[in-house]
Design a protein around this ligand. Structure first.
Ligand code: FAQ
Length: 314
């Protein structure tokens, strides 16, 4: 088939809402966009282990510690599915990790904020996982098969994460006045960064239009942001906590909550590497990667030995 016919076939698959699979022809830019988004997503899961991992040794009970360890392990698992999905596009996981460590690939802005108290673990589960699910459920219908399939399991686990965050904050909010204040303080600090996780406003988003045409993204950044606010406001009422935005109010005409404007300069700064914890997060990842070199070498030596034994036996 010539190039034009391949392109027609690709477009027809997209129009029919079919899946593009690794064996299928795809335009270079489609492949590039997917590698960019999937690798950023994978890096976010892996770097995202750090803020909560910070509290594993200080969780207030065995039950809370077991839950938190399981959650952080789930995030490692999500990172691995996503690196595997990226590898189906012809890149190597090692190459992507090198790019992350060199500061040449991004991860989500949200993981550059500090976890100052135990309540932050609840706020991350409730708000950050809540935002992650809102963004990721439509990705289960992404046009690229391996990414869409990875998202199905990820979303199931994220929804458990979101509920544990809600339950943790619910307990704190109904605890002592000090615990209630701690929960409120965490929500005050995590609300706006969570609202900004959805990316720049539609007018400034460089990739949305093309990604929606390719059915990688199904909704724009602002559409998903609105969906998140609509879902979260009633939950905050159930928690007995307030969201730090005096402009939040139900708009009968729109059928949505109105809300205030994000500090887009802050988002730009954090994305550019100048958030409260960017340097610390990356330095920690680089150090863990260097300290794990012996594991990778041992695994490679074992694989070589196994291959040599197998070929001698053949
Ligand atoms: N942070 O044109 P757009 C999780 C960049 S969930 C950093 O709108 P696009 C679970 C963007 O990459 C978090 N960078 O881009 C968890 C682009 O830069 P580039 C991860 C951001 O791709 C929970 C530029 O700005 N989720 O980890 C951010 O159409 C709890 C222009 O932006 C995903 O990655 C940001 N917030 O839309 C783990 C979901 N926003 O690449 C642990 C998949 C934008 O040209 C604990 N990704 N940028 O250099 C997506 O849905 C999309 O990529 C968006 C951005 C919506 C993030």
């Amino acid at each position: 088939m010539d190039g034009a016919a391949l392109e027609r076939e690709f477009k027809a698959l997209i129009e029919a809402d079919s899946r593009i699979e690794p064996r299928d022809w795809m335009p270079d830019e489609y492949r590039k966009t997917l590698v960019r988004q999937i690798s950023q997503h994978a890096h976010s899961e892996i770097i995202g282990m750090q803020p909560e991992g910070n509290w594993i040794t200080r969780a207030p009970s065995l039950r809370r510690k077991a839950i938190l360890m399981a959650k952080v392990q789930d995030e490692a698992g999500h990172g691995l599915y996503l690196y595997c999905a990226a590898e189906t596009l012809g890149v190597e996981r090692a190459e992507l990790i090198d790019l992350l460590n060199a500061g040449k690939q991004k991860y989500s802005s949200i993981f550059n904020y500090p976890t100052l108290t135990w309540a932050d673990v609840g706020a991350i589960g409730w708000l950050v996982d809540g935002a992650a699910i809102t963004n990721q459920i439509p990705l289960t219908r992404c046009s690229y098969g391996p990414y869409a399939r990875a998202m199905v399991r990820v979303c199931k686990e994220e929804s458990f994460h979101q509920r544990q965050g809600f339950e943790l904050l619910y307990a704190l909010s109904r605890g002592t006045p000090e615990q209630h204040a701690m929960a409120q303080d965490a929500v005050d600090r995590w609300w706006w960064p969570s609202v900004m996780m959805f990316g720049p406003p539609d007018g400034e988003s460089v990739h949305t239009e093309q990604s929606m045409a390719w059915r990688i993204k199904r909704f724009s950044n602002d559409e998903l942001r609105q969906r998140f606010v609509d879902m979260t406001v009633p939950q905050a009422e159930m928690l007995g906590l307030t969201l730090p935005d005096p402009q939040i109010r139900w708009n009968e005409d729109r059928g949505h909550y109105d809300f205030g404007e994000c500090d887009w300069d802050e988002l730009r700064r954090v994305i550019a590497g100048d958030g409260p914890c960017n340097r610390q997060r990356l330095a920690h990842h680089v150090q863990a990667h260097e300290e794990g070199a012996w594991v990778r070498e041992a695994a490679a030596a074992h694989a070589r030995k196994h291959a040599a034994t197998a070929s001698a036996a053949a």
